[in-house]
Write a protein that binds this ligand. Sequence first.
Ligand SMILES: [Zn+2]
Length: 348
Amino acid sequence: MNVRTRLKDLVALPSTGHDDPRPILDYVAAAGRDLGAKVTPVPNGDRPAVLLSWGRPRLLFSGHLDTVPMAGTWTSRTGAIVGGRMYGRGTTDMKAGCAAMLVAAERGRGVGDFGILYTTDEETHMHGAEAAVARGLLAATTFVIVGEPTSLRPNLGQKGILQLEVTTTGRSGHASMPWSGSNAIAGMGRLLAALRPFDGATQRRAATLTASPDMIAGGVAMNVIADRCVLSLDVRYSPRLTEAKAKARLEGALKKAQVPYALEVIHRLPPVASRPTAETRRLKTLTRRPFGFCDFGTEAACFAPLGAAFLVLGPGEPHHCHITDESVELAQVERAVTLYEAALTTRS
Ligand SMILES: [Zn+2]
């Protein structure tokens, strides 16, 4: 089957976190069975995964079938093709990659010893991929290709995540006499200004360290000087940094504002990076692109216990993820099939 049809079928099956994941899992399982794969369900609460395998999966393709909900007002119809792009939620993130794997398997399945793991909880918990690892289903795996959208750039790693809460504390008083108290919101304003160098606007894309202020809360009433302000800060740092170094750089900038604050780590996910191997280098050569790393987190982190080499390499532009009128360039999806097929057939 051609990759357009596969993609159209996958995109037509709704698979947000609110939808029953069974219809789309049934679809890929049936497709795998038709192609001679062994189909192994991976239990994971109401968000199961499925492993399609042809022999023992030494090479694993990893894809997630779940998508984020369709927010905003869409002007395009799901599955419509306009100007060489297919539209619909999940086209880029990441049903294009999922479809390309299936078609590459169809073409290269004679080689054997590979598998495709399809999960349905990547956008939330990523427990499905962890479950496949914990159950020993991937014990033979030495190389993982995560098909998330990278514009077909071969990414050897992904940034770490550090989610922080920054709190400023002031002293309340009557708002008619601002001098009588100390305003926590004004203090936060100075801290926010100090974070400007990390907003990505003044740096090239894929900056080493970014900090995005995403939620803020403070104050109690219109006429009361705010005595507390809390900022949620999403920090991403490259595998070249450690969490401690990333934090030290941010704190160095915050200190310059000369505003007292408290910092609490809410969530952390360390960066992961793969060693370059003969297989990753060969694929890199085929993409004619340099190795890079992803700004966003992927299931590559879940496969770390395997000690396998990995690449995050898939069709679609990362900035098309999660947007209204999401779409993917079909020529890129076709090229992904060729690359995945090459990964299958040129193994050493
Ligand atoms: Zn994704």
